[in-house]
Ligand binder design. Sequence first.
Ligand code: NAD
Length: 499
Amino acid sequence: PAQSQIAVLESVQAFLQRQHGLYIDGKQQESRSGQRLPVCNPATGQVIGSIAQADSDEVDTAVRSAHHAFTSGIWSALRPADRERILLKVADVLEAHSEELAQLETLNQGKSIHIARAIEVGATIEFVRYMAGWATKIGGETMDVSIPVPQGARYTAYTRREPIGVVGAIVPWNFPLMIATWKIIPALAAGCTVVLKPSEETPLTALRLAELLTEAGVPDGVVNVITGDGKTTGEALITHPLISKLTFTGSTAVGKRIGHAAVDQMARFTLELGGKNPLIIMDDADIAQVVPGIMMGGLLNQGQVCAAASRIYVQRSHYEGVMNALIDAVNGMSIGPGMDPDAQINPVVSRRHQQSIYRFLEQAKAEGVQVHQGCKVPEGDGFYVEPTILSAVDHSHSIIHSEVFGPVLAVMPFDTEDEVLALANDSHYGLAASLWTTNLNTAMRMVPKIKSGTVWVNTHVPLDPAMPFGGHKQSGMGREFGKGAVESFTEIKSVCIAH
Ligand code: NAD
């Protein structure tokens, strides 16, 4: 049963007041390192808690716990149907605690409570249920082989998919709970065990998730959560010799470092990295849909979405109309804390990130870009950034090539289909794109020419656990979601039997 409002408030307050340790072997363990990092509420700038900075010895303890859990077979040797049943129970336990998780995330990450409820928690629960189903559907293939054989002999060959081992998972701060489950749940469906390091900015829901996994029946040591920054805790995890696979979501720069660390010990790896995603509006687009589509695709979670639209290309006849509509739309937006249900724009995650967005805007202004901002940010120390529209901007400006990861939309006109395809592809990123047209032929012609992992038509940003998600070019390697996500946590073994 879902918690009552009072129970939710009490749980959130009690959780915030706790001295958080590390989650190893099915329990909270006090950190011995003694170093702690503050955790803030972006709406107020106030410190609402602290986390331990795990040192390399503590990371080693967590990895060994996961390794022991893996080799003992308490998880990997379970019947697939039992793994599925426990993962379905995880979804039920998350559902029962959904309001508590949503509030905790809004208080720590800053996002709207509506988005926390619907996406961070709601979509996560759907994802867990979808992935649970794959636990019973992993399998190999049999194949007819042509090995020359002595007369009368035969070979039977088949493949097995076996869980890869201990997975090191490192996640960012924009959708902390959701992205943590994107790593943990397919790994568990495949029979792996996990050590998760959440972002030091937003560690709280990952620590709570670990407790709820235990409550749902995930055996001790199967999922461990270590907290701390990238340099100390993250590095100790990615270089640990008992890790068989690294799965990472975050910036391209850190992704490259993780890829190198993985290759050094031949750990497998999946990288979900940054994006600078184009949204293309053709002359024949349904213009009534376009402005709400841009607002959703570009400003969801204050633009702190790897797949967010940030380069808006408008075919010339609509350019002025779309530009004016966007400026009007952002001018009328209300900005406030994520817990305020009427606030349409909420704080970004941290002071550091707020300043980084402002630096991009200052640089753009210095290069001659026009910056339109119309609404007022609340007074106080919250980490707010006004929704911003850029005009007089083109591919000679640095902001077109940099991932700002904030509520900033650059709007540019174009004339021809070939021109916009060249502009859309003129990026070292290739995560996602959208195309707005009512002409099916135009869509079918253009989709194959856009170099990105996802192309939406007449929408921007919906993800589904069944649709593979990941990047071309410097937006990453490998895919999450779908059957492939579970398979990426397995090794293939070929078996050949002479008989
Ligand atoms: P980040 O790369 O700075 O940090 C991500 C995580 O890596 C954090 O947990 C951090 O502590 C850790 N880390 C940093 N240095 C490390 C190191 N040397 N070794 C091990 N771990 C290390 O990214 P961020 O600022 O948290 O998140 C924003 C970025 O994430 C954006 O670039 C965004 O596009 C990307 N992102 C991508 C996707 C996707 O699915 N493609 C989804 C969300 C966010």
